[in-house]
Design a protein. Structure first.
Length: 167
């Protein structure tokens, strides 16, 4: 299983089982059982069932769910996810199209990160403007790599001497 799933499973009592029920899978992956069932209905996940008809999530299903969770969290649309899963099912001949889809998605994530860095820098600037501190949580955003190139104007303001209020 992936490291995320392993780490979460280590904090749970050992069940000695190789598969998980939907509620267990949901808890381990920090997603709702409703979302997991939705992904199955949407055709993004095929889940085997036991003799009683209960879903049994093994390692392959847990990996797929973790992938789906990460892609959705990073902004991939359901349409793009559906297309990607269709391509996977079609086999090796679709690798170039899958690669293109993932590269386009990665470009979108990079854009999101750039925007988040700018938002963090603006937030840090406002905190500094109001005389606040970051409570030792993390260094100011000026230490984030690539921030200087992304936000030259804001960095100039952040690095300017503190202005004094008129008396």
């Amino acid at each position: 299983m992936t490291e995320t799933i392993k780490r979460r499973a280590e904090h749970k009592p050992s069940t000695g089982q190789d598969t998980f029920a939907v509620a267990q899978a949901a808890e381990l992956l920090a997603m709702s059982a409703h979302t997991i069932r939705y992904y199955e209905r949407a055709g993004l996940l095929a889940v085997p069932r036991d003799s009683a008809g209960n879903r049994c999530y093994g390692e392959p299903e847990m990996r797929r769910l973790e992938f789906l969770r990460r892609m959705r969290a990073s902004g991939m649309s359901m349409a793009a996810l559906t297309r990607y899963i269709e391509l996977v099912a079609e086999g090796e001949s679709t690798v170039p199209e899958r690669l293109a889809l993932m590269q386009a998605h990665r470009d979108g994530i990079v854009d999101q990160l750039r925007e988040l860095r700018a938002a963090l820098a603006a937030t840090d600037y406002k905190i500094a403007t109001y005389g606040g501190e970051l409570d030792g949580q993390c260094p100011p955003s000026t230490s984030i790599p690539d921030l200087d190139s992304a936000l030259p104007d804001l960095n100039a303001v952040l690095n300017a001497p503190t202005r004094k209020e008129p008396s």
